[in-house]
Design a protein around this ligand. Structure first.
Ligand code: C2E
Ligand code: MG
Ligand code: MG
Ligand code: MG
Length: 252
């Protein structure tokens, strides 16, 4: 059986689970958000990485079930954490394939209503390289979603080919700098990133650094004046029970 075939029904069988990775506010070090990351608990292969199964899911259409499940889980836990007094935002990755489906608007509006999530609590992350293909159409769709009170993050910034001009046209609320830029050993392009960060922050866009593994990376993040940081230095993606513990400790 191919991965693509085996993915059929995986959500219904309970094999797709949402793990979460903390994001900290750079200034205070507090956990202010988490990103939902899909894991496939395969009966014989073990834990399968989203790097392997998300592209298959996009090709075969199962991304719609998987994506809906991840959004549901993200919203459900966001509401649950709020109930417990934890003020934590939740980001969920959304594929361009999902974004292209007309029902995406009703789907997201329903979720925000069902879980009574305040504006900005839920952010959807769109990968830079998936965006640029049809920039105008995507920008229009994102603007509509943003008007619902959703946060819109441009993920993996620095891996695609978007220009500063294109960036300024996108109705985003958050920019996620790809880990390749945060972890780079030479500072080539550093000035440009700093410029992009400054430009977007001036317009109220939050800047998040990905892949922060070391104090050195964190220094770069501070130098760039990023708002939030995510990476192994603060915590790996973890099952939801571990997030509960982390939040409980942080508040105690
Ligand atoms: P992403 O959205 O950019 O997520 C960040 C990835 O970087 C995650 O990989 C995370 O585990 C990894 N990461 C976090 N901190 C560090 C670090 O300090 N060092 C290193 N080396 N890596 C770090 P993961 O969980 O394997 O996910 C890979 C990609 O799969 C995601 O990249 C995202 O594009 C995609 N993905 C994951 N879940 C979903 C989903 O539910 N829907 C969609 N459409 N895509 C998803
Ligand atoms: Mg992401
Ligand atoms: Mg990323
Ligand atoms: Mg990625």
């Amino acid at each position: 059986m191919s991965i693509g075939n085996e993915l059929r029904g995986a959500v219904d069988r309970g094999e797709i689970v949402a793990w979460f990775q903390p994001q900290v506010e750079v200034e205070s070090g507090r956990v202010t958000a988490v990103e939902a990351l899909a894991r496939w608990q395969h009966p014989t292969r073990g834990l399968v990485s989203p790097v392997v199964f998300i592209p298959e899911a996009e090709d075969t259409g199962t991304i719609h079930e998987i994506g809906a499940h991840m959004l549901w889980e993200g919203c459900r836990h966001a509401a649950r954490w709020r109930d417990r007094g934890f003020n934590v935002d939740v980001s969920v990755n959304v594929s361009a394939v999902q974004l292209a489906k007309p029902s995406v608007f009703a789907q997201l509006q329903d979720l925000l209503e069902t879980f009574a999530l305040p504006e900005g609590t839920l952010t959807i992350e769109i990968t830079e390289s998936q965006l640029i293909a049809d920039l105008q159409e995507v920008a229009t769709r994102l603007a509509r979603l943003k008007s619902f009170g959703l946060g819109i993050a441009l993920d993996d910034f620095g891996t695609g080919h978007s220009s500063l001009a294109q960036l300024q046209d996108l109705p985003i609320t958050e920019l996620k700098i790809d880990r390749s830029l945060i972890q780079a050993t030479t500072s080539i392009g550093g000035e440009l990133i700093a410029l992009a960060v400054a430009l977007l922050q001036e317009r109220g866009v939050r800047v998040v650094a990905e892949g922060v593994e070391t104090e050195e990376h964190l220094n770069r993040v501070r130098h760039l004046r990023c708002d939030r940081a995510q990476g192994y230095l603060f915590g790996r993606p973890m099952p939801v029970e571990e997030v509960d513990e982390l939040l409980a400790h942080a508040l105690a």
